[in-house]
Design a protein around this ligand. Sequence first.
Ligand code: NAD
Length: 461
Amino acid sequence: MTAVKPETTTRTFESLDPATGEVVGTHPVHTEEEVREAVARAEDAAHWWDSLGFDGRAVRLRRWAAVMTRRLDELCAIVGKETGKPRGDAQLEIVLAVEHIAWAAKNARKVLGRKRRPAGVMLANHTASVEYRPLGVVGVIGPWNYPVYTPLGSITYALAAGNAVVFKPSEHTPGVGRWLADTFAEVVGEHPVLQVVTGFGETGSALVRAGVGKIAFTGSTATGKKIMAAAAENLTPVVIEGGGKDALLVDADADLDAAADAAVWGAFSNAGQTCIGVERVYVHERVHEAFVAKVVELTRKVTPGENYGPMTMPAQLEVVRRHITDALERGGRALTGGMNGVGDRYVQPTVLVDVPEDSEAVQEETFGPTMTVVKVRDMDEAVAKTNASRYGLGSTVFSRRNGIRLARRLRAGMTSVNAPFSFAGIPSLPFGGVGDSGFGRIHGADGLREFTWAKAIARQR
Ligand code: NAD
């Protein structure tokens, strides 16, 4: 048990099953003092963990991945209960997370180990080298929408780089967080290399103020701004993985069946509660009509409760309602779903057209199963409209001839060409955004370096 010990806290909170409202588990609300104690214990554990070296850590990380694979059913069940997502979606995020663990374990030495650098002309009698050292303790603050894949995108890379981690999972998914820490404890014994602190924003805020080596935050942009301001007090560096308003672009020569399929999957999977979910679609006028017909046909086959779960947070239902209302009041039309489709827990998949670009449904993150489809004259207009967003997380392009060229013009940290979400499934690629989607990178070599400091050594021969 690696949750903070001893648990002197008397305040507790419950995680709920969003499909039924039933209590899933009861967890402590850890206080500022308890968070500081956890960080102090992590500092000791970090020395031991670092002393294992790349190989010692890799062995243990691989064992952890094996435990996750062996106990997949158990983890899927907890994820399903706390988020409401169907088994297939839970399994997908766990399998992807396991691949990240394997990648980080395998590549940490290659990316972070000591490397010779040219000494230059003036100091040719020197040898020069650089290596990447762990920061000590990393604080990870996570969201609820992908409670395994998302925080592990930071935790795995921080651990592989030699840091100890104190993890504050979302108040909606504390059971998942504790499961991850408990199984990690099975591979490291008594050393509190990965601890979990549970609670609400105040517990996260205490972690930000606890003087850790770095905070890796994934969540809404509004919370990211608060965290950055609080972290400035101790000059604690931060990675901010914030919100998004991803666009999918459909060129005149695109494979329309594949593009429609990607739009529907990208917008509605996980009930649209995906930071890289497709929320806006820009379609070349030559194929707009045909594309919309295909999207509507596919959307009619999507069933909430079967293909995706309930909205995890009741508050998000209000945002979805507001965005659809605003779109409809300003001349938009719902081809599927719409206001009648917004229930108490489930939202029908909603395809909106004729929505003005300055409406909330186009400008703000909806985080629900909706998409706006907009006709454009050409791909220059599609690129300009995509880039006009304050967000810049992911994006998707469907084009037979110009996919890569269009991808490079998009102001988004990541772009998939002719397939949805591909960048999220490739562990070697850096994950992160620009603008209001945040900064810093997790995953891949960039993700490993994110949790280190560069140590330069010059030696006279
Ligand atoms: P949120 O910002 O409400 O909460 C995220 C975490 O921050 C929670 O653990 C919460 O307890 C904690 N927190 C809240 N206030 C805090 C404070 N003042 N100081 C420290 N911690 C605090 O976000 P959410 O609703 O859990 O997640 C949904 C959001 O996350 C969406 O905007 C989504 O786009 C984003 N997201 C982004 C990515 C990405 O990789 N960029 C991935 C998944 C989700």
